[in-house]
Design a protein around this ligand. Sequence first.
Ligand code: SF4
Length: 359
Amino acid sequence: MKEALLYEKADGRAVICNLCAHRCFIPPGRVGICHVRENRAGVLYTLVYDRVISLNIDPIEKKPFFHFLPGTRSYSIATVGCNFHCRFCQNWEISQMAGDRNGLILGEKTSPEEIVRGALQTGCKTIAYTYTEPTIFFELAYDAARLAVNEGLRNLFVTNGYITPEALRMIQPYLHGANLDLKGFDDRRYRRVCGAKLQPVLDTIRLMKELGIWVEVTTLVVPGHNDSDQELRQIAIFLREVGAEIPWHLSAFFPAYKMLDVEPTDRQTLMRAWAIGKEAGLRHVYIGNLADNVHEDTTCYQCGNRLVQRFGFTVRRNLLDDGRCPFCHASVEGVWKNEFLKAEAGVTHFSPNLKEVIP
Ligand code: SF4
């Protein structure tokens, strides 16, 4: 057990956790909404610091990141717990374990050093904090991320975006990319289906861009919930306003957890969503989770030529080594291979999409 970061003491040995936008008020002997941060006699502890429940070496495309070192592998870890309780959660066995199973927290004893060593030994270029919600295992992610940067690795969050600005600013020097879930554009549904508010998620997307973190966004398109033209357009317009270069991943829903009564997303709906994203002015809109692998390639937003050819999670061809379209020389935003190699050689100045990394 490790004392938590980012909390303050309140009256009567209560504490306020400032890690995510819930800002839980936690009396002694109680846990926060995520069920993995506990107040013991006025001290807040993380219960998952050394308890890794999932560890896989994934293609980075599976996260999904399509504009960050395509074709590389990402050392992917998670602990139990989440600050959201989405009824359609696809990883509910681990994200909701503690809440659903009377405080049960499983996981292998693992240290930040072991995580970084594992990533290096398996030839991964990045560590992805993923599957559940990295914000709730912030202390572990923060310690691993700092070590990782020293070893030339890059760090990625796959997140619901509910992190507080102070937590994000704290990890920003070590965080290079994030794929944020934007689950819709209706605050009431966010509260009802996920147990959270919409606005903090939107604020995080903006702040990450401001801080120079590479951002991609995923929307799980759930039939009858967030798949109206109006709502999809609202999402697309918001993203375009923050940055037309933000890749938007549209993912097919499959019935899971507490949403077993909704049909899987059909191809037509995803194609309609894709068209709405393009119409709104987004440069890169992708479809995921469909059997026929449609709209997975990266094309040049200026000349339309195919630049990265994918099949599922495999990159078959990548013409974007230096981030420029070889046909019309348009600059395609992302973190491409050459930038990483420069970083390995000790160069610390990156494209405008990346902050300067000072190990
Ligand atoms: S991280 Fe957990 S305890 Fe902290 S504010 Fe969020 S839900 Fe509450």
